[in-house]
Design a protein around this ligand. Sequence first.
Ligand code: ADP
Ligand code: MG
Length: 674
Amino acid sequence: MGIFTYADLANFFPNRYIDRTRFFKINQLQQNSSEVQIVGKITSLKTVNQKRGSRLVATFIDETGRMELVWFRGMKWLKDHIKINTPYVIFGKTNWFNGMYSMPHPEMELLSEYKKNLRTAMQPIYPSTETLNNKGFTNRVMQKAMQTLFTEVNGKFQETLSDDLIDQLLLLGKNEAMFNIHFPKSQELLTKAQQRLKFEELFFIQLQLIRKKLLKKTNIKGFVFEKVGQSFNEFYENHLPFDLTNAQKKVTKEIRNDVITGAQMNRLLQGDVGSGKTIVAVLAILIALDNGFQATMIAPTEILATQHYNAVVELLQEMPIHVMLLTGSVKTSKRKIIHKMLENGELDILIGTHAVFEDKVKFNNLGLAIIDEQHRFGVAQRAKMWMKNKLPPHILVMTATPIPRTLAMSVYGDLDISIIDELPPGRKSIKTVHRFDNNRLSVFKFLRDEIAKGRQVYIVYPLIEESKTLDYKDLMDGYESIIREFPLPEYKVSIVHGKMKPADKEYEMQRFVNGETNIMVATTVIEVGVNVPNASVMIIESAERFGLSQLHQLRGRVGRGADQSYCILMSGSKLSSDAKTRLQTMVETNDGFKIAEVDLKLRGPGDLMGTQQSGVLNLRIADIVKDSMLLQKARSVAIEVLKNDPNLSKTENRNIYNTYIEITKNKNIWANIS
Ligand code: ADP
Ligand code: MG
């Protein structure tokens, strides 16, 4: 259970509590009552042999009636140790069996012992494993261990917060909180103990993150991009294809302000699909170039990298800037040229996939790295890039997966965050509906009407790693039914999936992009980034199998042109309640942040961030979803404390300082997040 020291034990908190204030009499038992506690005596014990094994049965009485206690295991020990006609407190679930109540494997304690123990209103139940239980390390043993510890410690836990904070926030002191989390004297004190310990946990995480952010600002030097120069101005004045939205202007300014400070930029740029992150990236790149640096832009897939490349080349076509693309499928001869041009500084911008992280790729002077859809990359991969320079490049991470505020605060608390919260003008919001499989004919009719208007359609099938063959079959079956419904020569259908060669994929994709085909049948390979403004319908098959953020990403493929766009979620009729919530949420809102909040609630934080980062959120007692108010409080308090005392050197912050040092010394698990 990760318990090695007394401190580990003391900080091992119950995950629930059972009310043991109430005692039942045997004649008060109900057939469906939950766990009950009764005082009585055992009058006799007998072993009953049955077909498979045997059981030990005790007759248990109080002044109102009679019941049975039953054991199937550990009978020998019990027979030797149970005291007849001596008052016991028993606790457990009861069954109605053979006209009598019985309690299997009750928790038992002699009444005399029971009275001596540290008595609590709520009985703590500790997290455990089956193995531990089977080996006899039951909840009772854990409670005993805890009792021994607390008797020894006798209220000598170090206070970790300052008196000021405790007063201001009306928190319990450390000792009282620790005692009441393990041995709650009342429901009220338990609640207060939980509040205090949750606050403390969140506070110290925030303190570390914010301090780290401050240290980075002062300690990690970065290149100074002192001027906005010729390329930027030339582009901005003569080649900008549209007016920037206010949000785009705002985040461009935020980036600009970062890169002149002399500290390394670590910025997360969040913007919903279609919000126009690419142009912001290009503007940032131009600032880097204007100051004599190279820039790179890295995407998670080849298709996406290619699309970025095409977009950047198109935007910069009138300007004397060298841009190249490096992906896994670039030939060796071409690679050599890229490597050389990079090293001698001839190449200004390198766009690519993780191929850019390879050791052979050496920049002459990389000043800015833009990473798209960062959740696809390992932290280690990114860190490699830093080594290639005397100073680390400025880093701009772009993501279209909106990260809920609470999560952003805990996981990215040490990054600066920019948000594009406004879509380019003229976009119509996408209409989303949910249809069952048996409405398929009317859906097809709708498609014919849209295609007749010159629109294009995506039909997406799920692709889930563990059942690739099944998904492939679904996709192929779907494809065949589509070409039956939409036959040549009137209709042309493209198909793209993971089993195709990159070149074939590219070819099919390109046909759709060029408007040569009306329908694109695909797996989720089109999930990110692909941009076809004329596509106005997104059909998602087996939508119940997709996660919320994926549904939202997919929907973002349409609604990029001036026409009304639609998203149709197809599903079977049997839906889990989570699936219903997901589909419902999609129908109700287009707001990525709202969707992310629901997603976080449904899936929990660990899952949402992927395994890489989930360790960060292995909180002992707080829960960033349920305790989001407390999290915000903890963050603002941590900011306040550090504002007044950046090094925690003031006497009143001594407790905080000591704890901080202790935490960072032991395991600085929050240290390497970004
Ligand atoms: P994303 O944030 O999803 O990467 P893109 O950068 O691909 O979004 O932009 C989506 C589309 O919107 C592109 O076709 C782009 O040219 C267009 N676009 C971006 N910004 C604006 C703007 N300010 N005005 C009009 N169109 C814009
Ligand atoms: Mg994009």
